[in-house]
Design a protein. Sequence first.
Length: 172
Amino acid sequence: MRIRAEEQTTIIQGVIGLAAMVGVVRLSAGNDFPPGTDTLIQTMHLLAGLMCLAVSFAIFAQGWILFIDKLSKQRLYTAVLFTMIGILDILYAASYGDIMLLGFKPGGSLATWFLAISHTLGALGMLRIFATEDQQVNGRQKIVMFTGAGLLTLVGLLGLNRYQSSLPRCSI
């Protein structure tokens, strides 16, 4: 069976994306680095966070900017979900890299909370997306979903910001 050039390109891009994702997850979950590499690890975390933000923005763009006339419920929900995940991932990278962003005090414990919330939200969101029946949506539904997600994200971040000092200490 011959694979067309477009399919080959898609497979190659998928494998590269999967390898990058596994590398980012491995980097974010590892603590067994040699002494003296703290600055390098912080830089790698920041770059990984920016990479996650770029991927999340690309998925957001597909749901918000592109395919306006052919927008499905699953594509819309995926765009909304990855918008929220992108925000949490950049806050994780900034917090781990000792960068104060949006009033959050940087630190390992807060970074771990951002990472845990991001991963949990991603897993539960994708489960919900694949469990729903796919159908076409209109522009009004798109605006309502993004507005609701924006408000939910804002309320969640305000709650985290207000109670960040009383969050239980945790680390990966």
